[in-house]
Every structure is written in C-alpha cells, then in structure tokens.
Write a protein that binds this ligand. Sequence first.
Ligand code: BGC
Length: 768
Amino acid sequence: MKLITVRILFFFAVLQLFSCKQKEIDLLSFKTSVLQNESLSVDQKVEKLLDQMTLEEKIGQMNQYSGFWDFTGPAPKDGKAATKMENLKKGWVGSMLNVSGVKDVKAVQKIAIEESRLGIPLIIGFDVIHGYKTISPIPLAEAASWDLEAIKISAQVAAQEASAAGINWTFAPMVDISRDARWGRVMEGAGEDPYLGSKIAKARVSGFQGSDLSDPSTIAACAKHFAAYGFVEAGRDYNTADVGAATLNSIIMPPFKAAKDAGVKTFMNSFNDLNGIPATGDTYLQRTVLKENWNFDGFIVSDWGSISEMVTHGYARDDNHAAELAINAGSDMDMESHLYVTELASLVKQGKVDEAYIHDAASRIIKVKFELGLFDDPYKYCDEAREASVIGSEKNQSSVLDLAKKSIVLLKNQNNVLPLAKKGQKIAVIGALASDKTSPLGNWRLAADINSAVSLLEGLQAYSGNTITYAKGADVVIGKTGFVSELTINTTDTSGFKEAIMLAKKSDVVIMALGEHAMQSGEGRSRAYLGLPGVQQELLEAIFAVNKNIVLVLSNGRPLTIPWAAQNIPTILEGWHLGTQSGNALAQVLYGDYNPSGKLPMSFPRSVGQLPLYYNYKNTGRPSPVNPGQVFWTHYIDQKNTPQYPFGFGLSYTTFSYSKPMVFHTYSQDKQVTVSVKVTNTGKREGKETVQLYLRDLFASVIRPIRELKGFEQVVLEPGQTKEITFTLTDQELGFFNNQGIWLVEKGDFEVYVGGDSQTKNKTNFKL
Ligand code: BGC
C-alpha cells in the first residue's frame, strides 16, 4: 500500500517537473512507454532517458558528493554545502556518499526526485567494508577463515543492514593484494595471495549483490582500488607504485578480474600513480584493460578527490586539465573533486573531451540505477520498519560470531596451554585491549556505535567456572575517545604495570590482550615499526618475569613482528579486530568450544627489514650458499629469509597428517591433472583443516614463483578419521600470464605440494 503511494507521488512529482521542461515531452507516455515498459531492455531505457538530458545533466550524473550535513534541517547557507545543495536541485548530482539512515537518505533522495528537472534518483554510496552496524571481522581476518561461504554470508549481512539504512552501493570489496604489512590498509583486503584473493573477491561480490540487484536487500559492490594501491612503495599510504608487467598481470590484476567476472557493478580507481601515471588518469588501466579487454559495463568512480590530486602528483597542469585527463582515461564518476561538474561542459565545448565519453559515463551510471530498481521506486531502500528490524538482529549477530570464530588463528600452543580448563582456575586478564569495547570493531566501521563490541573480558566472564580478574597494565594509545589522531599515538605510561604484575603473580594463567588499537591500522595508518605498539612489549616481558603461563591474544589489523613473543610466550592466538562479537568468539576459542581453524592470509615477518615478504617469491639465481659461510647468495647477513609465521599457517587443538600427493595425469586427453591426498585427524578432538595445494612450474618463459597456491579445500575430521581430497588442475591453474598479458600453459616439469601451510614439504612431481 505504502509502496504504491510512494510510486504515485513519485510519478506526479516527475510529471509536474517534466511539464516545466523547456523541450516538452509527453511524460505520461514517456513513463509508461519507456521507464516502466517491460519490453524495453535496460540499455534501451537508459538511451531513451539520455536522449532527454542536457549535457550538464549528463555530467551531473557523473558528480558524487559527500553529505555531512542535515538534509532535514534548514538549507545550508555557506561553503561547499550550499553549492552541493544547489547542484542537487539542478540535477547535477548523480550520487551521494556518507548519507545513511532512512531519514537522511529519504530526505536527500526527495530533493533529487522532486526538485531536479528530470527527477533522476541518486545512487547512495557508503563504505560498508565489514558490516554496517553489526560488524564482522576486518576483511584481513575474514580472509584468515578461508571459508568462502561464511565470507559471502558476511557480505550478505552487511548488504542487508546497509540497504535497510537507505544505502544501495558499497565501496567494497577492496581487492588490493599487498605484500607489505607496513601499509595500514592491508586490514581491508584479503592479504598477499592472488588466488585466495580472487576467490574471496568473488564471494564478497556475490554476497553484496546477490543474484538480483533489484532486491531491496542487495546493494551494488565496488572493486577497489584499481590498481596497484597495495604496492605503494615502502608500504607508505598514497605513495607511488612502480610495478612491472609480471607482477601487475599475475599478482595485482587477478582479484579485480575475479570481481569483474562475478558481475561487480562498479570499480574505484586509486590514489597512487602506477609507473608514473596516476591511476585516475590511466587510460591503459581504465579504458584498455577494464572497459575494452574485460568488457566491463559498469562504471568507475574516482577515489576521494583523486581527480584534483593529479595536479599535486604533477600530472595535470591545473584542475581543468585534471578533469580532462580523468574523463579521457575512463573515470566515470568524480568523488569529491568537484571538477566534473565545473569543468567538463566547457571541455566538451572546446573539443578537448569527446561528448561520447560523457554519454558513455552517464549511461553506465544510469544503468546501474535501473538495475538497482531505483527508477521503479527511488525510496525502495527507505523502509523504516525494515531498518528497525534488520539492523543488529540476533541472526546477524550470530552470523558475525560464526565468522569471528573462524577467523582466529592459533599461532603457537606449546604444552597445550589451550584450551583453558573451564573451572578452578585463577585467570588474570591484562591489557587495555581486553576491556575495550570499540577497538575490536576495527577500522572502517563508520556506522557502528562506539562501545558496541563484546570485549574479550566480557566474553571470558560469560564462562563462570573460573575466577577472572582484570588489570589494564597499560593503554595502547593516548586517546580515549574523540580525536582520531590520538588513537594512533602510543602511550608511554607504565604506571599500571605494578598492579598487573601483582595480579599475574597470584594467577594460574595470564591472558594478555596486546596489539594495535583499531585506529592504528587502516587508511593513512602506515607503520614503520611493526612490534607491539607503545609499552606493551615491556609489559609483556614484565609479566613473563613473574608468570610464564601466558596466553597472548593479539589484536591487530596487519601482521606484526613479535620475535620475542614467538620465542618465549608458550601460547599465541591471532585475534585481529573481530567485530561486534569479538569477545565471545575469542572466549569460545580459548575455552575450546570452537577449535581454531584459521590460517594466515599474509606472512608474518620477523622484522620490518624483510618487507615486502611473501611466500610466492622467485628462486633467484642464488637461492642458497654453495659453501657454508659464503655471502654471495640472496639473504640478509643479520636476519633469516623465512617469515616468523608463513602464509597459510595456523594450528588447531588437534593435529593432521597428510599422505603423499598422488597425481593422475590425463592432460593430453582432457587437459586435466588431478591430485589427491589423504588427510587424517591424528589428535584427540574434532577439527577443521584447510588443505592447501601449491604448484611450482620448474622452468618457464617467465619465471614462476617457488610455489603458488592453486587450490584449497576445508575438511572437518573426527579424531582418527581420514578423508581423501582431490584437486583438479586445468589450464587455469597450470598456466600464467606472460609480460604481454597472454595466458600460456607451457609443457615441462611441475612440483605439487599439498599440506597445511605454504611451507609444506609434502610434494610430488609431474610432467606436462
Ligand atoms: C578511500 C576509499 C573510500 C573513499 C570513500 C577514500 O579515502 O581510499 O577506499 O571508499 O575514501 O570514503
């Protein structure tokens, strides 16, 4: 009933507006014969609508503003907000970001619908990175689950909540591969591996978009940041990226291609320059690769202000030139540079920009709006009742809890300190992060309420059999609330050590919650030191001096360097930033109600000097010393080459054994190689293993890495149970890109490794 009323109102509003139009059209017939005509394809509808639009209105569709003002209050009077409002009314805004909640979205949409000449609905974007209000683990943690179905569900939950709050487009998934833990944005991605990253990209796109984009509980996804943002030099955010064809084709591009193949509706370009050209102005990336070679028919949004930043990069002469370069290179929508709307019309009139590019960009954007169903009902994502019932529902809580448990990685469990006994223990909980109810939400959780996470302490207190006592010991950062910069600065205050030491002395077990505050990772949070921030290392050593029975629970948005802890602390659990249900997930793992199954999606370095560090490196001509003591081989004189914890690594409370892999080679008949292995649970409790297959092509026309992940499967085994796992390798797994971007499968010798992490020695050979 309500929907019908809204539609009728919309219809009359548009009717009234069309009657004011200079070049009159018969709106009634336009609406019925075009916009709602089911026999016309979306492309035909888009074209017919574009026929009615002026150049400025088409450019308006390419303009995106951020909306931090009160749409329901009096109209903003000054500065950018006033211009934004004016342009909104003129139909010169195609999208808003950072407007959320039904009330605000409705208000802003109403202006676009009722006050602009053509009443074209806005597409409403938001950074729904790992949940909207009910927060999932940070994407890097989710990747540690290797559970594609759970990751898909997490994106689905995020889409349900965001769409219930009026949002219809998320700037996720971030699919940037990164090998450098200094880069703060590794928390937003799936880690270092293109194969795992591609599978996760697909899962997340399908989760957000579902099978029907016009369903009001799905939203358009955005693969970002195109491209090479994860390869910023020295891990410093926004820095330059200098990457050759081999790495670009084989490492960086695959997850983007997987997102495209999964039907992702939008891409976002990136802040960095790639080989001297800002990605936003890169024609090769946007027009040649994405739009031509890959046939991508959605649209590309610039990153925030990245069009105008091309002036600062030293690529564009001035703002006007930046707009020209960006559109000519294929950037369809301008996020917050405010340049398309001011510069493009005159650039077209001067013949510097082909109007066909404007037409194409506007049509791509309008098409997504049609697919979202916004032309049927611009308020379809604005249902207050749905907003109230969906957001934070019990179902959503239990789904983020499920993924949080699966994301935890057991790094060390000497003497089986874990799982903890459920009663009779005096447990000391130490560390500011243990009682923190906001930091576990991680970075990029814009809509979440502060203090809405279950803390580790609360999670532990839910188990009543032990005596749990807490001492903070030390803060991580100086800030408590408020200013974001305060949350990046480490504290030096050790005044709480004494109390914590006293407590540790009289306890059976000490759970130490240490690591990074959520705001120490994420955008603009690169780090040059990757140890425990602030005085936490000191605190850890001080406690260890009085009680060695320590379980170190790490919270972090990136791999850390923890050589001392890895050497001395008996038990280490990687707890990332696990989201709303963090404390419950950690407690269930600590008590053994969930047997940890996570595997690292990124190598943990021993020291920062090893970075960039990744498992799929090339052998080089000098991989090892010929004689002991020789120096002329690829190594450091003061550090090992190997990581502290390798990619794919993670322990369980049980153990697994693997048979030697067997190869069934039928390549000459059906271009397939199958590899099978038997996996046995050799421990005393049920457990889940992620069986990983790595391939090495021993010689090739472009050198292949010493191993590359080409398959994985998760298997749950009872104690003593064995299961056979079979992998099928086709040209897709056996081949590689040459430096011209051509996929080749070359005959020759291969090694295949199957095991529980990237350093497994369990291998066999075959010849292709
Ligand atoms: C980030 C993007 C994000 C955008 C909008 C930028 O600073 O790089 O990833 O989607 O802001 O919030």
